[in-house]
Write a protein that binds this ligand. Structure first.
Ligand code: G6Q
Length: 547
């Protein structure tokens, strides 16, 4: 048995420290330190992190940094950047940083610099994007491409979906973007109803090129196209391109490997947005702006690699998450963007964080004796206010939250932005300050409410406050800023993984469901029986679906 992180001296010190702090509210911390904002905020890569609204003092941060040192965080960061096989269960490095390494310094995998390959694929993507935008790349009947349908799922979908939506204001080339991920045919059918086969380009995005959902959708899209072209297979080469690590499977599917954009097994699915998986993004915003996205991520990579831990944004965010998860019992974390174009960020971060950190054994394979990944959820801020914020304000859960706030909207209009900002600021303030009984009573009295009514209403109208939050502020969501924001969260995940002694780069937890689905398929297709060990619920429901 190795030493688990909750046996470290710093862990015990943090437990004791939490007890000392348990009765101190966030407003009290602001009262004690008039310059709390200055002391608990940091700026890098166009992002300002205000972490003053946390149940934390300087001592908390000092102790968390001791924990980071005891977990050898700085060493782990070096190992990540040096291309060591940090994904030890799959014997691979995790080199998303190489994909956006704009400085071009060599990064070695098995003794070979990967940068020439990375740059060559980027160059091919650039040429392809230009050909499609210029109308040099034509559909089979000679018409220019107008719609791009990306078929992929998980890491081959969520990043491009989120970024393409977020950067709609930066579109170039006039293409319409669509994304099909779900195996339920509604997703594909509803999309195909909106596009014209003669002007549509399909991107089949799959690292393995064997994922059930993607392959079924790709085959059905292929069928749909061939039906339009009366079975003329030559149409495939003009309407289908592939993004994958498997040349053989791409060829077997019938896509010309000249129309394949490669990436590598050292790129994890949920970290692959920066690779050729970003092709739909590059087609939507143009190569130059796609490279700005990479540049923003690279700037954050450099910040994470070089900034002292105490001033390092991903480190601070990761350590604060450990603080709430393990010392305050928080089991959830909300993502609340006050920039509507980031509406898909919560879903993207659900995968990034929960697939990376939703694990119960440490690197040595021992069951951990402490909590790991909190449940990630959220929605665009104002919409959330009229839905679930009630629970944040008066529920029973501790919910640390990230408020992500743009100073400027992508689409400025009248008084909308001051209204957006007033809501963001109001929520962080109200969540931490609350409104105690005395203030509530005074308010109701001023409104002329009767004493009897006040007595009845008081418990329902008070707010205990003390809900912690981080506020992340930027000027305007540019491609570079978005790159930095995403890379910040990727590195936050890495920091958490080091503190929890987890491998954040594998995802064995998704295997079992896939295997069971495959074993049930014959019974649903009428080609076989349900597995003998199926329980009565599965058997009864299979029977019902068979009808
Ligand atoms: C991400 C996961 C997973 C993966 C999908 C799609 O880290 O590995 O979400 O991206 O299962 O896999 P393919 O790209 O191989 O189709």
């Amino acid at each position: 048995m190795s030493i688990q992180v909750n046996q470290l001296a710093s862990w015990h010190a943090l437990q004791q420290h939490q007890q000392q702090l348990a009765n101190t509210s966030i407003p009290a911390l602001f009262a004690q330190d008039k310059q709390r904002f200055e002391h608990f905020s940091v700026e890098a890569c166009g992002l300002l992190l205000d972490y003053s609204r946390n149940r934390a003092t300087q001592e908390t941060l000092d102790l968390l940094l001791v924990l980071a040192n005891e977990c050898q965080l700085s060493d782990w960061i070096k190992r990540l950047y040096q291309g060591e096989a940090v994904n030890h269960t799959e014997h691979r490095p995790a080199l998303h940083i190489a994909l956006r390494n704009r400085s071009n310094t060599p990064i070695q995998v098995a003794g070979q610099d990967v940068m020439p390959e990375v740059n060559a694929v980027l160059q091919r993507i650039g040429q392809f994007v230009q050909a499609v935008h210029n109308g040099d790349w034509l559909g089979h009947s000679g018409k220019p491409i107008q719609s791009v349908v990306n078929i992929g799922i998980g890491g081959s979908d969520l990043g491009p979906v989120m970024v393409t939506r977020a950067l709609r204001a930066y579109r170039q080339g006039g293409l319409r973007s669509y994304f099909v991920s779900n195996v339920d045919s509604s997703h594909l059918m509803e999309t195909l109803a909106e596009v014209d086969p003669e002007t549509t380009l399909f991107i089949i995005a799959s690292k393995t090129f064997s994922t059930q959902e993607t392959m079924l959708n790709a085959n059905s899209a292929r069928q749909w196209l061939l039906e339009h072209y009366q079975g003329d297979e030559q149409a495939i080469a003009r309407h289908f391109v592939a993004v994958s690590t498997s040349t053989e499977r791409v060829r077997a599917f019938g896509i010309d490997t000249n129309n394949m954009f490669e990436f590598w097994d050292w790129v994890g699915g949920r970290f692959s947005l920066w690779s050729a998986i970003g092709l739909p993004v590059a087609l939507a915003i143009g190569m130059e702006q796609f490279e700005q996205l990479l540049g923003g991520a690279h700037a954050m990579d450099e910040h994470f690699r070089t900034a002292p831990l105490a001033e390092n944004i991903p480190v601070l965010l990761g350590l604060l998450s450990v603080w709430y998860t393990n010392f305050w019992g928080a089991n959830t974390h909300a993502i609340l963007p006050y920039d509507f174009v980031l509406e898909h960020l919560p879903a993207y971060l659900q995968q990034l964080k929960m697939e990376s950190l939703g694990k119960r054994v440490n690197r040595q394979g021992e069951v951990v004796t402490y909590a790991t990944c909190p449940i990630i959820w959220g929605a665009a801020g104002n919409n959330g206010q009229h839905a679930f914020y009630q629970l944040l304000h008066q529920g029973t859960h501790l919910v640390p939250a990230d408020f992500i706030v743009a100073a400027q909207s992508q689409h400025p209009l009248g008084d909308h932005q001051p209204a957006t900002l007033s809501n963001a600021l109001a929520q962080t303030l109200a969540l931490s300050q609350g409104r105690d009984t005395a203030a509530t009573q005074a308010m109701l009295q001023a409104q002329g409410v009767s004493a009897e009514e006040i007595a009845q209403q008081l418990p329902h109208r008070t707010f205990i406050g003390n809900q912690p939050s981080n506020t992340l502020v930027y000027e305007r969501l540019t491609p570079a800023l978005l790159g930095a924001l995403i890379a910040m969260y990727e590195h936050k995940v890495f920091v958490q993984s080091v503190c929890w002694d987890l491998n954040p780069f594998d995802q064995w937890g998704v295997e079992l469901g896939k295997q069971v689905a495959n074993s049930l398929l014959p019974a649903l297709m009428g080609t076989g029986e349900a597995p003998a060990d199926s329980d009565s619920s599965t058997l009864a429901l299979l029977k019902r679906f068979a009808k």
